[in-house]
Design a protein around this ligand. Structure first.
Ligand SMILES: [Fe+2]
Length: 303
């Protein structure tokens, strides 16, 4: 549990700035219980590929081990998996040079995320811990919103380790190492973004069901599909955009309305998970996103 150095009232007290979570502060990973963790769906491109299923199951079993030991196991990715990564990472790198937030591009380099090999969670975890105290914890599939977001309150991001099916390298219906390492992980090196994520995590722990839905939408339009102003321009920082060529190009096309971020509007904006987004929100800065979110979460007790 959180110690006094963090806060004496972990559930409601948000008067914390950049607090560090030490190893002793973390709940036991073996207590990481979820109502259900998504198995591979029938509409997954690898659903009928026995070899792929066995590989995904094996990599998922390493995540299960993590919960018992607290130690991340590196994956010995095979040549086919490395090829999938190289193809997607190279294509994305080119598009990102044009559309990605400059902070993100620097962070990716800083974490050693390259196009020629799949990065290991252990390496990225080490660097992240040094920079913002954020950590990565392997997980074997999508989990429910409250369970997933709550871990952010400990500055922990749950990450999958397996990779998408080689028949459709541009597409995955579930998070995979491409989505995590190219989409999510670099942004956690930003102190404001890391704090923001932690506030969302605190929110998830104390939210009623309606507030949890609002938080889900806030997460979607920021962490997954967020845009940010940069020197009079608009850039992408959301993982759903940065890890998909289709989404990234679409975000900057004239089919998308790019609105100025308004928290009240965002938390009430219903979206369809499977469609391309017709409306996206542009934050003025990560610091501002953090500040408005902090106030919003602080209001939870009184609502
Ligand atoms: Fe994601």
């Amino acid at each position: 549990m959180l110690t006094e150095t963090a806060t004496t009232n972990a559930e409601t007290d948000l008067s914390i700035e950049n607090f560090r979570i030490s190893d002793e502060d973390l709940p036991e990973f073996k207590d990481l219980k979820f109502e259900n963790i998504n198995e591979l769906h029938l509409d997954h491109p690898g659903a009928n590929d026995k070899e792929y299923r066995a590989r995904r199951d094996y990599i998922a079993s390493l995540s299960k081990n993590f919960r018992m030991t607290g130690e991340i196991t590196d994956v010995d990715y095979n040549a086919r998996e490395q090829r999938v990564w190289r193809y997607v990472a190279e294509e994305l790198e080119e598009l990102q040079q044009k559309y990605a937030s400059p902070f993100y591009l620097r962070a990716k380099k800083d974490l050693g995320i390259r196009t020629d090999r799949i990065p290991q969670l252990t390496e990225m975890n080490r660097r992240l811990k040094e920079l913002t105290g954020f950590r990565l914890a392997p997980i074997e599939g999508l989990v429910e919103t409250r369970g997933f977001l709550s871990w952010l309150s400990y500055r922990v991001m749950l990450c999958t380790q397996y990779i998408r099916h080689h028949s459709q390298p541009a597409y995955t219906p579930e998070p995979d190492i491409v989505h995590e390492a190219i989409g999510h992980i670099p942004m956690f090196t930003n102190p404001n973004f890391a704090d923001y994520s932690q506030f969302v995590g605190h929110g998830a722990r104390i939210a009623n069901d309606r507030q949890l839905e609002e938080l889900g939408r806030l997460y979607w339009f920021t962490v997954e599909f967020g845009l940010v102003e940069h020197e009079g321009d608009i850039k992408a920082y959301g993982a759903g955009l940065l890890s998909s060529f289709g989404e990234l190009e679409h975000a900057f096309s004239d089919q998308v309305e790019r609105r100025r971020f308004d928290l009240e509007e965002v938390i009430n904006h219903e979206y369809t998970y499977s469609d391309m987004q017709p409306v996206l929100y542009v934050i003025p800065s990560y610091a501002e996103l953090k500040e408005v979110t902090k106030k919003y979460i602080e209001s939870f007790g009184g609502k």
